[in-house]
Design a protein around this ligand. Structure first.
Ligand SMILES: *[C@@H]1O[C@H](CO)[C@@H](O)[C@H](O)[C@H]1NC(C)=O
Ligand SMILES: *[C@@H]1O[C@H](CO)[C@@H](O)[C@H](O)[C@H]1NC(C)=O
Ligand SMILES: *[C@@H]1O[C@H](CO)[C@@H](O)[C@H](O)[C@H]1NC(C)=O
Ligand SMILES: *[C@@H]1O[C@H](CO)[C@@H](O)[C@H](O)[C@H]1NC(C)=O
Ligand SMILES: [Zn+2]
Length: 295
């Protein structure tokens, strides 16, 4: 490897490691990705967990959750990957693969659903030329993104990015970021002692109580030939509709909006985690039933 490539690799690893360490707000935001992957880790079979650990970069120190924001950290260095983080729609709150899964210049399959299918297939195929570490990190990250309703929002406002709002009269933000970051950080601050593992535990508590009946269905549409990512995008597109209500450009969002969004955010993180685990279990331990195994 040439010096420049080496330097680039070192800088990338450092940026990714810093991104993984710092709980500070960024693109879901880092907390959302961390929690989605943390929940997935808890549902992996022993076999899948060992395979995942074997693929993780060294700086993740054996923790999938620590590496799940990597695709955001390298988005600039890999500009082609940008459109794989989302799947916006014309505004009908429905997702249609044929219509909506393309890049900004119309490149077919270049959306979050295409990305999930791509990296699932790559990991399943031992002769795939793609880097398996990168495939794992992209897949794990995109399972988080696809569950964030504003990642399947309207094309016209870039999934809420151009809708500027204030959060509790103090923070200038936008509707996309409200869902990525602000709701989670306000919840952490108010209810979870600013501690991500406390919030993860609260979500896990619901997984073993509140949601334990429906949970078996969450991963159930997985078939040998698809990842059901279409369904996850359809759900998010549908959830994006009410998320736009009461959040016009220039508005101030506070308790009313926060308490409407929080249960949705928490459930989507849970679903993303459970589904990621089901996909990884299938890839790495050939598990063929759709039931989730706790470990
Ligand atoms: C599939 O993965 C490869 C390798 O990272 C990438 O070049 C290609 O653009 C990806 N395509 C999709 C639809 O994700
Ligand atoms: C695979 O990707 C990771 C992360 O970008 C990188 O550190 C590693 O060197 C790559 N492996 C190969 C064999 O290219
Ligand atoms: C935000 O400003 C509005 C209008 O001035 C006020 O009614 C509301 O109580 C403020 N909210 C907070 C959380 O300070
Ligand atoms: C637990 O479930 C209840 C009922 O669906 C919901 O209101 C609450 O937000 C959930 N809490 C967490 C931490 O997921
Ligand atoms: Zn992303």
């Amino acid at each position: 490897m040439g010096f420049l490539r080496l330097l680039q690799a070192v800088l990338l690893a450092a940026a990714a490691a810093a991104a993984a360490r710092a709980p500070a707000a960024r693109a879901w935001g880092e907390e959302g990705h961390y929690m989605t992957c943390k929940i997935a880790e808890g549902f992996l079979t022993g076999e899948a967990s060992a395979a995942v650990k074997g693929l993780l970069p060294e700086w993740a120190v054996g923790e999938l959750a620590a590496a799940c924001s990597w695709p955001d950290a390298v988005r600039r260095q890999m500009p082609w990957s940008g459109s794989l983080h989302f799947a916006d729609t014309p505004g009908d709150c429905k997702f249609s693969y044929a219509r909506d899964c393309h890049g900004t210049k119309g490149e077919k399959d270049m959306c979050v659903v295409g990305g999930i299918n791509n990296y699932t297939a790559a990991l399943q195929d031992s002769s795939s030329p793609y880097n398996r570490t990168e495939s794992l990190l992209f897949l794990s990250h995109f399972l988080g993104d696809i569950h964030q309703p504003m990642h399947c929002g309207r094309t016209a406002d870039l999934g809420g990015n151009t809708i500027v709002v204030t959060w509790y009269n103090t923070t200038k933000t936008n509707l996309h970021k409200v869902w990525n970051v602000n709701v989670i950080e306000t919840a952490m601050n108010r209810f979870y002692k600013d501690d991500m593992s406390t919030m993860v535990n609260a979500i896990k508590h619901n997984l073993t109580n509140e949601w334990c009946r429906e949970e078996n269905q969450w991963a159930a549409c997985y078939t040998p030939t698809t990842t059901c990512a279409d369904k996850y995008a359809e759900e998010s597109a549908e959830l994006s509709c009410p998320a736009y209500v009461g959040a016009d450009h220039g508005s101030n969002l506070e308790d009313e909006y926060f308490f409407k969004a929080l249960p949705v955010v928490q459930k989507r993180i849970a679903q993303g985690g459970v589904r990621l685990a089901a996909i990884l279990n299938r890839i790495f331990s050939g598990k063929n039933d759709d039931r989730i195994q706790s470990s």
